[in-house]
Design a protein around this ligand. Structure first.
Ligand SMILES: NC(=O)c1ccc[n+]([C@@H]2O[C@H](COP(=O)([O-])OP(=O)(O)OC[C@H]3O[C@@H](n4cnc5c(N)ncnc54)[C@H](OP(=O)(O)O)[C@@H]3O)[C@@H](O)[C@H]2O)c1
Length: 345
């Protein structure tokens, strides 16, 4: 059994914890909270041991005072773990790296951290093999994960790929009450945005640039993608769709036939099929929004920002621990276990 610690039990941390709990080759040894607040009750209900994010005795004691059993500080948790999944807020994780190295555990950061900090990044389909047995990595952001899902198989077919994309980003997660914009469209003025080029941290051969805007929605990102394929690619619109249909973690549906024409309906679909928290680990591609004209491929895809990276963290654990060299085998094992655990329709 791989012993997994979750440092940061928020939006991503609580989801990764349950995905780990679903697997039969790994177990949760503890989750951290900065203080006895929102989130502790969920950990108690799930039976996950609570540890304090910090080692200070007064901060640890505050949990008991609030009625929660706290098993110690982060150092204590790292002492009983083989690997830690850092799910702390973006850019906070860097301050934890030294602690992980000193404790001698393996570590996985999330997309809010920079590739330069970890020197290694991960998506299941792009570079599982390169991550085998390394000490640490970074599961790329929800947007980069989504781009990789559809672009990596396309690249493998074509041998070269040049991509321009626009990320229409949700302003905040549903649980965030302090972020905006509420009534505005906010361009990311750093051009190109980091999302597209971040794909090159897991698949350097794909040439890609992106621009991004944040819009007032909390449910899903939308990608508008234009990819240039090389001469002689041998594909047409239908065979591109067929290729994606045979890849894991991509859902293809016709908006015209299903009536699922917006991100709101995609999320309703996820709730209808019983997905926990209304999550959708797969990337949603509209079949009727795909068009290949000569060498130019146009398509839209929707990304459930809070959840597409969750199963990737599980595959990354197996890569780092060296227990499953085949990414497709890991993906199948991860997804089947999660489906069984959540009793998905
Ligand atoms: N949310 C998304 O849509 C999304 C998607 C993909 C990737 N990511 C990435 O995933 C990471 C986590 O994001 P999130 O959305 O889960 O954030 P979040 O909801 O704010 O949760 C972060 C948690 O980390 C805890 N924390 C605060 N300081 C910490 C520290 N120094 N060490 C350890 N934990 C600490 C907080 O704890 P307390 O609650 O105990 O105070 C909070 O619960 C970020 O890198 C983010 O960029 C997020």
């Amino acid at each position: 059994m791989i012993r997994v610690a979750i440092n940061g039990y928020g939006t991503i941390g609580k989801r990764v914890a349950d995905a780990v709990d679903a697997q039969d080759d790994m177990q949760i040894v503890g989750v951290t909270k900065t203080r006895p607040a929102f989130g502790c009750d969920l950990a108690v209900r799930k039976g996950y041991p609570i540890y304090c994010t910090y080692d200070d005795t007064d901060k640890i004691a505050a949990f008991a005072a609030a009625g929660y059993q706290c098993h110690g500080g982060l150092s204590d948790l790292l002492g009983v773990a083989d690997i830690v999944i850092d799910c702390s807020p973006g850019k906070v994780g860097a301050s934890n790296l030294e602690k992980y190295q000193q404790a001698g555990v393996k570590w996985i950061f999330q997309g809010g951290e920079k590739h330069a900090m970890t020197g290694m990044s991960y998506t299941s389909s792009a570079n599982h093999a390169a991550n085998l047995n390394v000490n640490g990595t970074r599961v790329v952001s929800c947007n980069t994960t989504g781009l990789s899902r559809t672009l990596v198989p396309l690249y493998h077919h074509c041998g070269e790929l040049s991509v321009e994309c626009t990320m229409i980003r949700r302003a905040a997660d549903p649980g965030d009450s302090s972020k905006g914009p509420i009534n505005a469209i906010k361009p990311v003025l750093k051009v190109p945005s980091h999302h597209g080029p971040d794909v090159m941290t897991v698949k350097p051969e794909i040439i890609i640039n992106s621009m991004a805007v944040a819009v007032p929605t909390t449910i899903m990102h939308m990608h508008v993608i234009v990819a240039q394929l090389p001469e002689g690619h041998g594909l047409d619109t239908e065979s591109v769709i067929e290729m994606w249909a045979n890849e894991p973690r991509i859902i293809l549906m016709s908006g015209g036939e299903t009536g699922i024409t917006t991100t709101a309906e995609v999320m309703e679909y996820a709730r209808d099929i019983g997905r926990k928290w209304g999550d959708l680990h797969e990337i949603f591609v509209w079949r009727d929004g795909v068009k290949l004209e000569h060498n130019t491929l146009y398509y839209f895809q929707a990304i459930h920002q809070e959840s597409d990276v969750i199963p990737e963290n599980i595959d990354a654990i197996r890569a780092l621990m060296g227990t499953e060299p085949d990414w497709r085998a890991s993906v199948a094992r991860t997804d089947n276990a999660i489906a069984k655990y959540n009793n998905i329709l």
